[in-house]
Design a protein around this ligand. Structure first.
Ligand code: CDT
Length: 309
């Protein structure tokens, strides 16, 4: 039986610090409406889709930090997005900052929620690879995610959405080959990704011209080597004086980009993903059951070097 999933990537333009949650939600709802009108069944929003990318700042006031987090999701201000999805009969995945009470204190994660066409939660993922540092470092672009977030503790779960197996990755996760491989081994057919990626990293000027290449390269490789669809959504444009790259895209299991955003603003791209292509591409070289040799991988070669870092 042929299987398809029509996916929309809802790239978000910049969100400034002064923008209220309600104003942001209104923008996301408008994109959800466009996605549904275009026939999409599942929409993807960026990492940290509700606020500005605050880890560009060194903050210390706990109340100020918490203002970027959701302690309740959906809460009163964000519920309209869930209601709109239910009304439109479309599912969505969205990145948000999660604060959760645990043993009398709050734990903070960079998270993504998968919501069904009934507006109810289907799955949840916490970013595994949290980049940057806790304090600003000399000569390095300020990126303090490790100050504000614990590394995720969910592993790489896969959920069923309309009969399709779906996994999630958040921004820096997309650069790590094992993230896709873990999702694929867990049965993922579609990988949803949200990201906020600075255009300029002061520490690596010689790589400056490769920023978009290094955005697409691991996602295309991840799709190809694991024969999964990838739907990747940026928060793009100039946010609080910092340029974030766009390049949101949908990638087939062949590694080919089949749709790509052309702006740095709110933009919806849609593709009807043929889930049958996963198996077809796997037959062309990545039949895991036939050719992978995981038992031997651990025995061959050295475990020294970077593996132990
Ligand atoms: N948000 C996020 O994970 N961004 C990282 C940039 C890290 S720069 C220290 C990325 O991989 O795009």
């Amino acid at each position: 039986m042929d299987r398809f999933l029509t996916v929309a990537v809802c790239q978000s333009g910049p969100i400034q610090r002064a923008d209220s949650r309600s104003a942001v939600i209104a923008r996301l709802v408008a994109m959800l409406e466009r996605a549904a009108a275009g026939g999409a069944e599942l929409a993807v929003f960026p990492e940290m889709a509700l606020t500005t990318f605050f880890p560009r700042w060194e903050l210390s006031d706990p109340t100020e930090i918490l203002s970027f987090f959701e302690q309740e999701f959906p809460g009163p201000e964000t519920q309209p997005l869930f209601d709109a999805a239910k009304g439109l009969g479309i599912g969505f995945a969205i990145g948000y900052c999660e604060a959760v009470a645990d043993g009398g204190h709050l734990r903070r994660f960079n998270s993504m929620l998968l919501v069904g066409t009934d507006g109810e939660r289907v799955g949840h993922f916490r970013k595994m690879h949290v980049p940057g540092s806790e304090e600003p470092e000399e000569g390095v672009t300020v990126h303090l995610e490790r100050r504000y977030f614990e590394p995720g503790n969910t592993g790489f779960p896969v959920f069923t959405f309309k009969g399709v197996r779906v996994g999630m990755l958040i921004c820096n996760d997309r650069r790590w080959p094992e993230a896709y491989r873990m999702l694929a081994l867990n049965g993922a057919e579609v990988v949803l990704i949200g990201y906020n990626t600075p255009l300029v990293l002061t520490e690596t000027p010689r790589l400056a011209h490769l920023r978009m290449f290094h955005n697409h390269l691991p996602m295309q490789a991840g799709a190809y080597q694991n024969t999964v669809w990838v739907a990747a959504c940026a928060k793009a444009g100039e946010e609080e004086g910092q340029m974030l790259i766009g390049g949101s895209c949908i990638i087939a299991p062949s590694g080919e980009i089949v749709a790509q955003a052309t702006s740095l603003g709110d933009e919806v791209i849609i593709h009807r993903a043929d889930i049958g292509m996963n198996a077809e591409c796997a037959r062309a070289g990545f039949d895991f059951a036939r050719y992978r040799r995981p038992a031997e991988y651990a025995l061959i070669g050295t475990q020294a070097g970077r593996a132990g870092e």
